[in-house]
Design a binder for this molecule. Structure first.
Ligand code: UDX
Ligand code: UDX
Length: 464
């Protein structure tokens, strides 16, 4: 099928950047990203590119090139579904917070709503592409809804999981390690796969475009995230051992990473992984395995999450223990709130959990993050603390200036690896702190020797 018009439902961290690049590289195809959230769409359309709803280095450049030419953002969902030959579903699939599978299974209600909407308004044949990360066999459910509720038009379902990481999304989209496209293996399915292969071929070398059956594609996305997260939990498990023995986790990481069979990426010990995907996708994998009676498989992967929770708790406990077992009324400064550098996304950020534990201990927390808004930080804390049934939100303050944030504090905790932290005038910060002044480097980005020479007590992850 020749594709002239694409519609993507969901203008989020995945839909927005991905469609921008598809449009940039395919000027002959009209790409419209639709969303139920009017505010989000108006931000995507704002003339001032610093107002885009997500921060991603390089995104503004691509938007300014393609928007208005063949890239559009709209709330008119029905019209654009109808006008398009290919529809991407890129809505969020959070972990279920209710009912069967609560806390584990993926909540597919938005995906189902989209499928019903497509079925309801489609007047001619469509290719429907799953971009959202979904449990294995979801494509079958989507197909079912589409064919049972549709008005007799033909739907082909493809799975095209997105592997971009936030903060490097534009580079990941521009030069992807691979593009994965799963589809049905009959003639129509193969034609649908080819239509999507053609779109990516505009800029991705053919050998990097991998085609599989639907289920392999769906499962590969969950597996990739599980493997990546597993490496972090593995190195984090050893960071605790390093702290007890005098080994240094960065040295261990380097030594094992030089073995080409292991590889050096994703071996950075940290306060714990965050982000919208890792925990959700592993829980999803665990749920699927359990549902199939594969208890050993489920337990094996669940341990990755257990270790990650342990790491976040360990970090908080270490602050408490080092500050003489009481932080009540003491100011502790958080540098960084997003789940990693170069993004304003805070979903599942370790900072939220560490703050929650320290607020339980009645600490006064002062937060500085270069990109996360005050509104977002407050909403994260209210969410985790049950909509603020206590008055601990008053113990949290948010600063726009890092030096102000650190003033009079007893300890600084580095929660995100923002580059700017490295270049701060640490002597100046030290002078204005309560003594003894501690730094808990949850990302191991600062220079231990330099900070100790200034007078700080430095505690890194996996450092003695
Ligand atoms: C994506 C994927 O879709 C998810 O499966 C993957 O695991 C992580 O990345 P993301 O783009 O990060 O999600 O989600 P988000 O930034 O929340 O964007 C989703 C958008 O879909 C929101 O703007 C929301 O308003 C929109 N939406 C949701 C709809 O337009 N319609 C709906 O019915 C539901
Ligand atoms: C991840 C996957 O990398 C991406 O392929 C998928 O599409 C979505 O999920 P993302 O969550 O955006 O991407 O970022 P990622 O770079 O994977 O980082 C996830 C978390 O792991 C962050 O909190 C990061 O700080 C942490 N991390 C990463 C470590 O603690 N150590 C590492 O060595 C690498």
């Amino acid at each position: 099928m020749k594709i002239n018009n694409i519609c993507c439902i969901g203008a989020g961290y995945v839909g927005g950047p991905t469609m921008s690049v598809i449009a940039q590289k395919n000027p002959h195809i009209n790409v419209t990203v639709v969303d139920i959230n009017e505010n989000r769409i108006s931000l995507w359309n704002s003339d001032d590119l610093s107002k885009l709803p997500i921060y991603e280095p390089g995104l503004d450049k691509v938007i300014s090139e393609a928007r208005g030419r063949n890239l559009f953002f709209s709330t008119d969902i029905d019209k654009h579904i109808n006008n398009s030959e290919m529809i991407f579903i890129s809505v969020n699939t959070p972990t279920k917070t209710y009912g069967d599978g609560k806390g584990m299974a993926a909540d597919l209600r938005y995906v189902e709503l989209c499928s019903r909407k497509i079925a309801q308004v489609a007047k001619n044949d469509k290719i429907v592409v799953e971009k959202s990360t979904l449990p294995v066999k979801t494509a079958a459910a989507i197909k079912n809804i589409l064919t049972e509720t549709g008005s007799g038009v033909k739907f082909n379902i493809l799975s095209n999981p997105e592997f971009l990481a936030e903060g490097t999304a534009m580079r990941d989209l521009e030069i992807p390690d691979r593009v994965l496209i799963g589809g049905e293996q009959d003639d129509d399915g193969k034609k649908a796969i080819q239509s999507l292969v053609d779109i990516y071929s505009s800029w991705v070398p053919k050998e990097n475009i991998l085609t599989t059956n639907l289920w392999s594609s769906e499962l590969s996305k969950l597996t990739a995230n599980a493997f990546l997260a597993q490496r972090i939990s593995s190195i984090n498990s050893l960071s605790e051992l390093c702290e007890m023995t005098g080994a240094d986790i960065d040295e261990v990481s380097k030594a094992i990473g030089m073995d080409t069979r292991i590889g050096s990426k994703f071996l950075k010990s940290s306060v714990g992984f965050g982000g919208s995907c890792f925990q959700k996708d592993i829980l999803n994998l665990v749920y699927i395995a359990k549902s199939l009676g594969l208890n050993e498989v489920a337990d094996y992967w669940h341990q990755v999450i257990i270790m990650n929770n342990h790491q976040k708790q360990r970090f908080s406990k270490n602050i408490l223990k080092s500050l003489y077992n009481t932080v009540a009324g003491k100011k502790i400064t958080f540098l960084g709130w997003s789940f990693k550098k170069d993004t304003n996304d805070t979903r599942e950020s370790a900072a939220i959990y560490v703050a929650d534990m320290l607020l339980d201990e009645k600490a006064l927390i002062s937060v500085y993050d270069p990109k996360v808004s005050e509104k977002q930080i407050i909403s994260d804390i209210k969410n985790i603390r049950n909509n603020n049934k206590d008055d601990s939100i008053n113990d949290l303050s948010i600063q726009k200036n890092p030096y102000e944030a650190c003033k009079d504090s007893h300890a600084i905790a580095i929660l995100t690896e923002w580059d700017e932290f490295i270049n701060y005038d640490w002597s100046k910060i030290f002078k204005n702190m309560n003594k003894p002044a501690f730094i808990f480097d949850g990302r191991n980005i600062l220079d231990k020797k330099k900070l100790e020479s200034i007078g700080f007590i430095y505690k890194g992850i996996g450092k003695h």
